[in-house]
Write a protein that binds this ligand. Structure first.
Ligand code: C5P
Length: 287
């Protein structure tokens, strides 16, 4: 028994991210809208007889097994699958990385979720969507989002998928200055009592979506700008080169600019590359 499947594992951006409060368990309560975009890693999952789990990532080589989120995803899948009467199996996961790490684009979370999706395909949908979501929540706050995919309003730590949203396709430019921002440091530096002048509430955000307009908002941005002032320079540059709106994606370091069209996005990307060193992409909503 050997079978394999290859899937795209897309990145995400947060179109909207508000923090409601800090919880007793140290996590923050969120109201966020996440959207998959067409910047993708590629994942090949192969299952065969045995019980080994191997995770490799191209030039990055063998990934330190037990700490890797994809390794943990396979372990949790096995646990559930075997408990439901499935047989032990060996899995080898090969990841072709395109999504920058520590970039606020959810690359690791996406990889873990798409490993779960791939395994479930290979085992004829042995687990229900709800079971996959339950496993995902143990892996990270935004893994569950990628199990469902698309665009969704998420609550809790981010792991509660409240509502999937049907949104128009938009073009964005992503700019990553080549730094990795640790998510915990951004949350730790939040000033939860601070008044935010440009705060947008979720109802306003949703009502604009109905009119096919995207408002962008990220409460984490102030904390990111405080810790990494160059992130604000990138955001400001996006606006001065004509992006309709610009925000930091998640906890950074990637900053995104909303473009009018693919052509406009290509122009903005070229301008951004002239102003800063780093990596830029033109991306669109992934369906
Ligand atoms: O769940 P995840 O591994 O993505 O979280 C990484 C870190 O980000 C957490 O350890 C925590 O410090 C912070 N975090 C948070 N509140 C959230 C999500 C993440 O404080 N809702």
């Amino acid at each position: 028994m050997t079978s394999e499947i290859t899937l795209n594992s897309p990145a995400k951006i947060n179109l909207y991210l508000d923090v409601t409060c800090k919880r007793q368990d140290g996590f923050h309560e969120l109201c966020t809208v996440m959207q998959e975009i067409d910047l993708c890693d590629t994942i090949t999952v192969k299952v065969s007889k045995g019980d080994d789990i191997i995770v490799t990532a191209g030039s990055l080589g063998n990934i330190d097994g037990k700490k890797n989120i994809c390794y943990k995803a396979v372990l949790l899948f096995k646990e559930k699958y075997i408990a439901k009467g499935g047989k032990q199996f060996a899995a080898s996961i090969a990841i072709d990385k395109k999504i920058p790490m520590g970039g606020g684009l959810g690359g690791g979370s996406s990889n873990a979720a798409y490993v779960l999706r791939a395994l479930n395909e290979l085992f004829d949908k042995a687990l229900t969507d709800d079971e996959l979501v339950e496993i995902s929540a143990q892996l990270g706050s935004d893994v569950a989002f990628f199990v469902k995919g698309g665009t969704a309003l998420c609550l809790g730590r981010g792991e509660i998928i409240k509502k999937q949203l049907d949104v128009p396709v938009n073009y964005y430019v992503l700019f990553n200055p080549g730094i990795e921002i640790p998510t915990p440091s951004v949350y730790k530096n939040l000033k939860l009592t601070a008044e935010v002048a440009d705060k947008i509430d979720i109802d306003t955000f949703m009502s604009k979506l109905d009119e096919e307009e995207i408002l962008l908002y990220n409460f984490l941005e102030t904390s990111v700008f405080d810790l990494y002032p160059q992130e604000k320079k990138i955001r400001d540059e996006f606006i001065s080169v004509g992006a309709k709106k610009s925000i930091v994606s998640g906890s950074g370091a990637t900053v995104l600019g909303l473009a009018d069209s693919e052509e406009d996005a290509l122009r903005i990307k070229a301008e951004m590359e002239k102003s800063f060193s780093g990596q830029a992409w033109v991306v669109k909503t992934y369906h």
